[in-house]
Design a protein around this ligand. Structure first.
Ligand code: DHB
Ligand code: FE
Length: 279
């Protein structure tokens, strides 16, 4: 039987990659953020996952405004990183797990979701940065990847309720998977931030706390807000919390918080890190 060991959530600001590259982890600006990661690393070391099911949003590397799937599931044997224009180093590739990807896709379609299936897919900073934070010394990533992309970019976006339901469908897939893998679920992005327009730089600690306080015990609380309300509360890019909501659904019905860190600003973002375990 496969085992779902828990869930790791973190912001994915590209500037984090620059800080790692420069070795700025201990500087006053970055230390309060990076101090949130030793407990994540210890937890991963104890849990030893060998597969990661990652919910994130593509930022233009695979999909642009001309073609934007609401939900996309990777089913590739390998996922390469590519230059997105942030000036970051190229990050390590991931091995895929196509059989598990197709099992997830089968369950999603059986549950009446209509994902785009991607047998070729690149990974952007939304996946590479969370792994650089979690496994800073890895020569190669210790997990195989099942990436699930959610449109948080081009409106109309899927509702929070729909994303939680998507995650719950993925949970059903993981629960019926006959392999003996140790699986970690990951949600990346958020929390509140806005990169564009009149409110550029907007962050909202009250809404972020509401999300962090409810994600483990009552994720449905996060689905009470419409997309328009989430944009108002979290900012235009803060809607990346949809990735967290879907990942929480994939963790299963009951969860307990193991670790939390919250610090702002990191670039334009209120940066949060969270580890949950299933009960
Ligand atoms: C920033 C945050 C993001 O989520 C992102 O994808 C790009 C940039 C930022 O705060 O700089
Ligand atoms: Fe982002």
């Amino acid at each position: 039987m496969a085992e779902l060991v828990g869930a790791y959530f973190t912001s994915h600001v590209p500037g984090i990659g620059g800080a790692i590259h420069r070795g700025d982890q201990e500087t006053p600006y970055w230390k309060p953020f990076f101090d949130g990661f030793p407990p994540v690393r210890e937890w991963l070391e104890a849990m030893r996952p060998d597969v990661a099911v990652v919910f994130s949003n593509d930022h233009g590397l695979n999909f642009f405004l001309d073609k934007m799937p609401t939900f996309a599931v990777g089913a590739a044997a390998e996922y390469r990183n590519a230059d997105e224009g942030w000036g970051l180093p190229l990050y390590k590739s991931f091995a895929g797990h196509p059989a598990l990807s197709w099992h997830v896709i089968e369950q999603l379609v059986a549950d009446e979701f209509d994902p785009v299936t991607c047998q070729a897919m690149l990974v952007d900073h939304a996946i590479s940065i969370p792994f650089e934070l979690a496994y800073p010394d890895a020569a190669e990533w210790p997990v195989r990847l099942v990436p699930i992309g959610i449109n948080t970019v081009q409106h109309p976006l899927p509702s929070a309720r729909r994303c939680l339901a998507l995650g719950r469908s993925v949970h059903r897939a993981l629960a019926s998977w006959p392999g003996n893998e140790r699986i970690v679920v990951i949600g990346t992005g958020g929390l509140s931030h806005q990169l564009d327009g009149e409110r550029a730089g907007f962050m909202n600690p009250d809404y972020d706390r509401f999300c962090l306080d409810n994600l483990a015990a009552d994720p449905d609380a996060l689905t009470r807000h419409s997309i328009e309300e989430i944009v108002r509360l979290a900012g235009t890019q803060g809607v990346e919390v949809l990735n967290w909501i879907a990942a929480r659904g994939a963790l299963g019905p009951a969860a307990v918080e193991i670790h939390r860190n919250y610090h702002l600003p990191i670039s334009n973002t209120a940066a949060a890190t969270l580890v949950l375990e299933p009960v």
